[in-house]
Design a protein around this ligand. Structure first.
Ligand SMILES: Nc1ncnc2c1ncn2[C@@H]1O[C@H](COP(=O)(O)OP(=O)(O)OP(=O)(O)O)[C@@H](O)[C@H]1O
Ligand SMILES: [Mg+2]
Length: 413
């Protein structure tokens, strides 16, 4: 048997989306063919598998409808057609091919890391190298220097061998320093020196190692205020802030909410099942909410709602666990009206039932189904009994089961 050829074939990029079982079977079959020295058949078989994988890749392509005409770079994963998001994407187009340091500013969950990835993975040269991220708030002060710049054997007690830091690992590529506002002042001056001199020194060594890294940074803190207060170095602030990219909070671009919901329904549908939809009333409830946790909060809400939905339809009932939506409507209502055509575009469910249109009805349904037993009804709604009590109060429903039963009889006949 030609062992070298088998190894070569095994090292083909046999990645998902074919299942690992499929791949194992394929490799086994290839081995058999090679053992029989049937090279031409092996070649054909190999091509067939690669075609299959390619087709499967295309089928699973997350957002084929998002091809953006007029944009040179790929922003497939970034949803948003609102003027505020288009402004961000237009700025991205311009700064992607440069090496300008970018400071990405935005509230938590607005997509800062997503934007940082787009900056790296679209860069003509840097995308071939590593994209390294580090959360500056998560590293203890005494470890941050060795983590960023590496160390040499003997530099400190447990330094048993030389180790590169993330700056070296990102050489030629991009480094994303998240929560930069939490970097201790002592480290800020070391970082500034590295950015000025474009070389690092591992902890415990004097040898300067040249590095070519594009630095992206992000924070949801007000850095200019921190500069004024003396907790962030002004010179570092200007060095990082080659270009400031401000990502809007979701409440300022609610026009994108229908498309975001559609995107997350596809993202979390098992095997990309396209039949998932959201009812108009549920979408309208989502639009009424201010989303303090921004797109991340919306993404989690849709994902959870899908777990609690039946027949692949997210409706108000699937959202009952998220009581804030019904309790804390956005006070700035008129700022970003979402047009009914935007809502209708995503509203694809054909079997909307009137009684599902209000959370009050969803609660009544669950109570009726549970024989007016609050514990069972809460279970049905996937919420706690205490939550159910709050909801009954909120929707002016009687807590006494007999009174509630009578009310239901009167309302529904
Ligand atoms: N415009 C968008 N389109 C699609 N997905 C988005 C968008 N914005 C954010 N997301 C998704 O929301 C989640 C949170 O985004 P990300 O981690 O980039 O936010 P962040 O601003 O870095 O948050 P934090 O400040 O908490 O670190 C991710 O799953 C991301 O893919
Ligand atoms: Mg982040």
């Amino acid at each position: 048997m030609n062992k070298k050829k088998v190894t070569q074939l095994k090292s083909f990029d046999f990645n998902a989306p074919l299942s690992s079982h499929d791949w194992k079977k394929a490799v086994r079959h290839l081995n058999d063919l090679l053992e029989q020295k049937n090279i031409s058949e092996a070649k054909l078989y190999c091509q067939k598998i690669l075609d299959l994988d390619h087709a499967s890749d295309q089928r699973n392509s997350k957002a084929p409808h998002l091809k953006r005409p007029g944009f040179k770079f790929s922003f497939d994963e970034i949803i948003g057609q609102s003027s505020k998001m288009l402004k961000v994407l237009n700025a991205l187009e311009r700064i992607i091919p440069t090496d300008i340091p970018v400071w990405i500013q935005g509230e938590s969950g607005t997509g800062k890391e997503l934007i940082a990835r787009a900056l790296h993975f679209n860069h003509p040269k840097r995308k071939q190298h590593a994209f390294m991220t580090e959360n500056c708030s998560a590293i203890p002060e005494n470890l941050i220097e060795s983590l960023l710049f590496g160390y040499v054997k003997g530099a400190f007690t447990h330094a048993e061998r030389d180790k590169e830091g993330i700056f070296e690992a990102a050489d030629g590529g991009t480094i994303f320093l998240d929560e930069i506002g939490d970097m201790p002042l002592s480290m800020q001056s070391k970082l500034l020196r590295v950015l000025q001199e474009k070389e690092i020194r591992r902890v415990g060594s004097n040898e300067a190692i040249p590095i070519d890294v594009r630095v992206l940074s992000a924070t949801n803190k007000n850095l200019s205020q921190m500069v004024q207060q003396g907790t962030f170095r002004e010179d570092l602030y200007f060095r990082l802030n080659g270009f400031k990219l401000a990502i809007p909070p979701l409440r300022e671009h609610k026009e994108d909410l229908p498309e975001l919901c559609e995107f997350f329904l596809k993202k979390y549908a098992s095997k990309g099942d396209p039949s998932w939809s959201i009812e108009k009333s549920a979408l309208e409830a989502l639009i009424q909410y201010a989303w303090p946790g921004n797109v991340r909060e919306l993404e989690n809400t849709i994902h959870n709602a899908m777990l609690f939905s039946e027949k692949n339809v997210v409706n108000l009932k699937s959202l009952v666990f998220k009581t804030e939506i019904f309790e804390k409507p956005d006070e700035v209502k008129s700022a970003n009206p979402v047009s009914s055509s935007q809502v209708d575009r995503v509203f694809v469910s054909q079997n909307t039932q009137d009684e599902d249109r209000e959370p009050r009805e969803a609660i009544l349904d669950a109570m009726e189904k549970a024989g007016f037993h609050k514990g069972k009804a809460a279970k049905e709604l996937n919420i706690t009994t205490r939550h159910l009590y709050n909801l009954l109060e909120r929707y002016g429903l009687p807590k006494n089961k007999w009174v509630l039963k009578r009310l239901l009889q009167e309302e529904r006949g």
